[in-house]
Design a protein around this ligand. Structure first.
Ligand SMILES: *Cc1c(COP(=O)(O)O)cnc(C)c1O
Length: 950
């Protein structure tokens, strides 16, 4: 093992020896031989390059980045040059306090990122003029598809959607993929949207503002379109450019029902196509249909206003196949970055940036017109389409030679899109490429658009013009949150491991961060090599033949994998095969994805021991002998166990003509130990933001590659604009970006290069050791619900609190919140079994941290006993009242039957130098939050300052 591996794995050799001894095993190999069923066990080492040092990995990544040629991108099509304010890059994007946080399901320890997301929603709501905005979607293309799905759900008429011919091509392609499965028919309005609306009974019409070619439909035209749509019972969906919205009237004013788009150009690097935050906002009445997360305001137990995720009952983890979408991981870190950009600039600053962009586009327009060239239209914001008959390639090549990327539309047209980073030098390059001369003159404009509606009036968008103040605001927000840089986050199924700094730094290299996704492939040679190698390595690790990195979350990988299965059955004349068998314990995304892929979900029961009930499986297979499409199982199971029966399940399903989908989110337990592609599965998705060290970012970015056996390789996603992104002839893309969240792929490349085959295997073994160690230490206090044949768990364990809850009234919620007082993030609550906690320590936690967690849990068990024996009343004890913010501890009237010290400084938290065992108190910024109150009184924008006056 190299130096990095020993730093990545938290337990040291002598700790491991002791932990193994406590479990009764002589070595890691002995332990994992007992835990992993022999039938699937990998015997040979993975064939990966030898592990490299951090220095060497960064040197190689720097060399790869240098082979990309970002130049200045003026290609447009939804991806624009922007300037990330250094204070935001340093304090947010590159700051572990932000990027190592988890999705804010535990709101008491997440008030910082929830506030930043509320700022995001307020910004989107203000700019679109619509009352309710979600926290973020995955990208603009999927946001368009989600908007159409919302409109389809609320309409009672037909299955036709009318789409602007000027929609971004990748958005149209993603929408086509989604509609394949749902059967919605897309009519692309070549002769105008109004004409198409008159001839088709459509449930929605989608308009791009400004269009892909830059033309800005007039406000009058858009108003008429809205009127026509509403008269015909259709919803108007607008895909709008956020920066343009600072100058043109809010879409709600001209009648849009749903507005979607990308927040990329608000300070988020191009990242070769992602990760970027998509946005969505809806009119009143559609809020319960919103896909993705919504941050809402509620109050805590002391009446203090506090944020938390609202309306969660719409989500896939509760509604499963009836969910509003399959979105789980979204793009929190990028949404936070965009909202901080708006806080940094304020409305005047944003408008000034927009005017600067617009004016530079007008200068170019004047020069081009004066040079005798014609433009696609008079009204535009930032993008021009220039007619240069027969000369387009030549113009694009001339600009490229001087470091500017233009868009080659076709042989006769060139697209030019001005960004925040387009300066005088770039304008001169463009003018000279076209052979025209820039003067002081301007031409064209916004037409009849003129924004009158105010935006960003909330004080948060005005208070931070001073960098000192902004720095403190951002620090204040992150201080409220509990991220991995504060302590262990033992969330089962989520694998919150170290995100090594050496792997994180390279994503900011200009060659990776600054590249537009649609540059000529020759200018993305570094990415091409990185992506190719990463696909090969992931194929080797999983035992599959082919990998696509395009899905930008696990949920999207599921959708892509199920679409591959669907395509395979269609190609083999089995259109009737649409039933997807899913065990009752599956992650909520599985069922939601199956429905999106046009499948029917049939639930398979769980046996007494937590495994898939083979009798029920056989019955369901028999019942659906003719229409079985697939089984979708998680391995190791969501119960944290290596099931012995997996090979038997694969065999039975194959025999019945079905395909086997193994949800690979738990791959961390199998690295170097077993390979789903070789033990019988046909397709899996992985979560690089779990197993492969990409940070969770507070709820995204994610990368959910889909890996398949050869027979499914023709059905991986592709992309309309980048041929190398996937096989020709497949169903299309699942993400707007050709390689999804390409910009964070260097993290996984670095992680694998640093670990090597031995290191990865050692990581999985160490994760299994840690989980079994925790299970063993806690099982007397909290029964471990399931274990495998040898009494071992895999990489996580489920602690069963149901009996304790019955006896004491103390719930899993109480334990989760009390852990906050002890300085921990809660384990996964009530998934996959209600009333339990699922603990996944990962390989990165040290023995000391594992012990600290176990001791906190044991202390909590003693507190539960004190409730049970009547020492404390059931409705007034440290568990029931947890967490305890400082404001409570110092309250003049302390009326509880336990001490303030016990409340705030329970065992394990004590003052003193950190290096000598001192441990700072983590203070939650609020007390327990009232979930129901917030759903009854839905507020999804920043509360007015008056709300805080008591
Ligand atoms: C995390 C997870 C998913 C979903 O992944 P996202 O990236 O959040 O969409 C699916 N299945 C399992 C078992 C998971 O743990």
């Amino acid at each position: 093992m190299n130096d990095f591996t020993t730093r990545h794995i938290g337990t040291e050799a002598d700790d491991q020896a002791q932990m193994l001894a406590a479990l009764g095993y002589a070595s890691l190999d002995d332990l994992t031989d007992a835990a992993v069923p022999e039938a699937i066990r990998l015997t040979a080492p993975l064939d990966l390059p030898a592990a490299l040092s951090e220095f060497e990995v960064q040197r190689q990544l720097a060399a790869l980045a240098a082979r990309n040629v970002p130049g200045t991108s003026m290609i447009g099509l939804g991806y624009h040059g922007t300037v990330t304010p250094p204070v935001i890059r340093r304090t947010v994007l590159e700051n572990p306090a932000w990027y190592t946080a988890y999705t804010p399901y535990q709101p008491e320890i997440s008030q910082g990122r929830l506030e930043a997301l509320a700022n995001f929603q307020t910004m989107i709501s203000d700019l679109t003029g619509l009352p309710v905005a979600g926290a973020s979607l995955l990208d603009e293309g999927t946001a368009v598809a989600e908007a159409v799905a919302v409109a389809h759900r609320v309409s009672r008429k037909g299955g036709v959607v009318v789409v602007d011919a000027n929609l971004l091509p990748q958005s149209l392609a993603v929408l086509r993929t989604r509609c394949l499965a749902t059967g919605v028919e897309i009519v692309v309005a070549g002769d105008g949207l109004a004409a198409a609306l008159r001839t088709h009974q459509a449930f929605a019409v989608v308009v791009q503002v400004p269009g892909a070619d830059g033309r800005l439909p007039s406000a009058a035209e858009l108003g008429e379109l809205a009127g026509l749509a509403h008269d015909n019972g259709a919803q108007l969906v607008a895909a709008a450019d956020l920066l343009a919205l600072t100058l043109i009237e809010a879409p709600a004013q001209w009648g849009a029902d749903i507005v979607v788009g990308s927040a990329q150009r608000f300070g988020v690097p191009l990242f070769y196509g992602g990760p970027h935050a998509g946005y969505i906002a809806v009119r009143q009445g559609l809020e319960r249909q919103l896909p993705g997360r919504i941050v809402g305001l509620s109050k805590d137990a002391d009446g203090v206003p506090a944020f938390r995720l609202a309306l969660q009952t719409r989500e896939q983890h509760i509604r499963r196949e009836k969910a509003t979408s399959n979105i789980c991981t979204a793009q929190v870190l990028l949404a936070v970055t965009a909202s901080c950009y708006a806080v940094h600039h304020g409305p005047d600053g944003l408008a000034a940036i927009a005017r600067g962009v617009h004016d530079r586009a007008r200068r170019l327009a004047a020069a081009l017109l004066a040079g005798g060239l014609s433009l696609a239209g008079d009204a535009f914001f930032d993008t021009l389409t220039v007619a240069v008959p027969g000369r387009a390639a030549e113009v694009v090549a001339a600009a490229r030679a001087s470091g500017v990327h233009l868009r080659l539309v076709d042989a006769d047209h060139v697209g030019v899109s001005v960004g925040e980073d387009t300066g005088a030098a770039e304008l001169a390059v463009v003018a000279s490429a076209f052979g025209v001369e820039l003067t002081g003159a301007v031409a064209g404009g916004l037409g009849d658009h003129h924004r009158e509606t105010d935006y960003l009036t909330h004080p948060v968008f005005h208070a931070y013009r001073s960098e000192t103040e902004l720095l403190r605001y951002l620090r204040g927000l992150s201080d409220r949150d509990f991220a991995l840089d504060k302590g262990m986050i033992p969330l089962g199924s989520c694998t919150l491991k170290l995100n090594p700094a050496a792997a994180m730094e390279p994503i900011s290299y200009p060659g990776f961060a600054g590249l537009h996704p649609f540059v000529p492939e020759a200018d993305a040679a570094g990415y091409a090599e990185l992506i190719g190698q990463l696909c090969d390595w992931l194929a080797e690790i999983t035992g599959y033949d082919r990998v696509s990195l395009q899905p930008n979350a696990g949920s999207q990988g599921e959708f892509a994998g199920l679409m591959a299965i669907r395509s395979y059955h269609l190609a083999h004349g089995s259109a009737n095969r649409t039933v997807c068998l899913i065990p009752a314990s599956a992650h909520g995304t599985n069922a939601a994805s199956a429905v999106m892929a046009g499948m029917r979900v049939v639930v398979v029961a769980t046996a007494e021991d937590g495994s898939v009930d083979l009798t029920d499986l056989a019955a369901k297979i028999a019942q659906h002998a003719d229409d079985l499409a697939a089984v979708m199982v998680t391995y190791p199971s969501t119960h944290g166990v290596f099931e012995e029966t997996i090979t038997e399940i694969c065999r039975q399903v194959h025999e019945a003509g079905g395909q086997v989908y193994v949800d690979g989110a738990n791959l961390n337990a199998m690295l170097g130990l077993a390979r789903p592609g070789r033990f019988g599965a046909d397709v899996s998705h992985l979560n690089l933001h779990k197993t492969f060290a990409i940070p969770h970012g507070g709820g995204g970015p994610g990368v959910g590659p889909v890996a398949v056996r050869e027979h499914l390789a023709p059905y991986l996603p592709n992309h309309p604009l980048v041929a190398s992104a996937g096989p020709a002839g497949s169903y299309g893309p699942v993400s707007a970006g050709p390689f999804g969240s390409a910009g964070v792929l260097p993290i996984t490349w670095a992680f694998i290069a640093l670990m090597g085959a031995d290191g990865l295997k050692r990581a999985a073994q160490s994760a299994i050791l840690a989980a079994n160690y925790v299970a063993r230490r806690l099982e007397a206090a909290f029964p471990v619900l399931y274990s495998g044949a040898s009494g071992l768990v895999a990489h996580e364990c489920i602690l069963d609190l149901r009996d304790l809850t019955r006896r004491t009234g103390v719930t899993v919620d109480d334990v989760a919140k009390r852990l906050v007082d002890y300085g921990f993030h809660a384990p996964t609550m009530s998934f996959p079994v209600a009333g339990t906690l699922m603990v996944e320590p990962t390989e990165s936690e040290s023995r000391a941290e594992l012990d600290r967690f176990c001791e906190a849990m044991l202390a909590i068990r003693a507190e539960m006993d004190a409730v049970a024996d009547g020492t404390w009343p059931a409705d007034d004890n440290p568990l029931h009242n947890a967490p305890h913010p400082a404001s409570r501890i110092v309250a003049a009237d302390w009326v509880h039957p336990y001490s303030r010290q016990l409340a705030a400084y329970p065992a394990g938290v004590r003052p003193g130098p950190l290096g000598s065992g001192g441990r700072d108190k983590y203070w939650p910024s609020v007390a327990r939050i009232d979930q129901a109150f917030g759903d009854r009184n839905l507020v999804c924008t920043c509360p007015p300052v008056a709300a805080y006056e008591s």
